[in-house]
Ligand binder design. Sequence first.
Ligand SMILES: NC(=O)c1ccc[n+]([C@@H]2O[C@H](COP(=O)([O-])OP(=O)(O)OC[C@H]3O[C@@H](n4cnc5c(N)ncnc54)[C@H](O)[C@@H]3O)[C@@H](O)[C@H]2O)c1
Length: 445
Amino acid sequence: MTDWYRDFANSGVGTTITKQLGLPRPAVLRRYEPGQPLLPGPALLGSAGKGRLHDVLTELLRDAGVAVVASAEEERPAAVLLDATGLTSPADLAAVREFLAPAVKRLMPSGRVLVLADPPAEAAAPAQAAACQALDGLVRSLAKELRDGSTANLVQVPAGAERALAGPVRFFLSGRSAYVDGQVLGLSPADVPAGEDRDRPLAGKVAVVTGAARGIGAAIARVLARDGAHVVAVDVPAAGQALAAVANEVGGTALQLDITAADAPSRLVGHLRGRHGGVDVVVHNAGITRDKLLVNMDAARWASVMAVNLQAQLDLTQALLDAEGVLRPAARVISVSSQTGIAGNRGQTNYAASKAGIIGMVRAWAPTFTERGATVNAVAPGFIVTEMTASMPLGTREVGARLNSLQQGGLPVDVAETIAWLAAPGSAGVNGQVVRVCGQSLMGA
Ligand SMILES: NC(=O)c1ccc[n+]([C@@H]2O[C@H](COP(=O)([O-])OP(=O)(O)OC[C@H]3O[C@@H](n4cnc5c(N)ncnc54)[C@H](O)[C@@H]3O)[C@@H](O)[C@H]2O)c1
């Protein structure tokens, strides 16, 4: 599916016309291709105050083969990293401006700004908490100012989580995070296994993806398989043919299963134990909409959306946790929520309730997963270009697609890349988080 307006705006005549009319010119985003370097140019690394992450970041960039420049004047940076840990009061923020302003001016297209900070909740004094929290507003605003497909994100790194930093930093710098913008990610201390295979981080892993017959689910199956996983693709029997096609394409297994059926948890557990001896990655992607204004919402619409989008996730996850030895240590559970679950949407009280419920579920389960060395997270897509959105009336679709900092809809692969990152061993320190894949949508911001 192509973005006709983006392609037009980037064509010779389109560039002139959009410039003259003052219309937005959405960039062609830098997206991940296996084997590509982490960044298409050098990184500029700075700190504001007594940063404690400088060595970790320097080593990480060296490992990734990224050249580090001393100033943006030397060469235009593809990424600007700021270690803003160690701030103690709002006065320290002046150094943040001083570093970022000239650096961002020289940022390459599809550039990355990544700020690393102390979590405000761990501050020793209100002035320190104020300084840490201030970065939140600064980064979200900067993300809205950047153009040409560049993004800005903030990672909060508590003391002790330094070793969990590499995977998230790599993700935010890479083309995998093309449509993740203006986000704040909180890390937790975790043991991260050494020696991850960068091209196939999921080699040897078994991954279940529900709703895999089409749309975002099929994209998730493809990306997880590309990253090395054996994919068990799950969908309803009615989608059997499409499901088999996806499973064959990715060299995986098809499992026809209505996830709301009473025996779905036992059948899934039985299949995983019997055929694969367990599971490493579970992606709860299947979801439905049954839209009506609340005043016209009948019990059936309410119940079906709740059953597929929320209750099935609770039941399947609980069954996997209860089945001795099936959910492997260091397992990853990733739930597909939605921006609608954060912002709300007219005509979608049932859908928004189910998608917000997922966020509550993930946060509540995080400590249980930590105890097992596992993680559970949610991904909340914004406007994603799928067959469903392609059939919307042009006006509604164009408004929906452009109301974000990147001025375009995301692709299913953008959601899939974020899920694959969360599924990887290097994401051990990301737990109980909600990562929006929305191009910094103005809705629910
Ligand atoms: N498309 C978007 O813009 C968007 C935005 C935010 C969130 N999401 C979420 O992303 C997920 C995938 O969305 P999509 O656009 O690819 O939808 P889609 O309708 O194209 O695909 C959903 C798949 O889930 C399957 N499914 C439905 N009920 C099932 C059940 N009971 N058991 C097993 N499988 C079942 C369907 O058969 C289908 O193959 C959903 O959870 C959706 O809510 C999508």
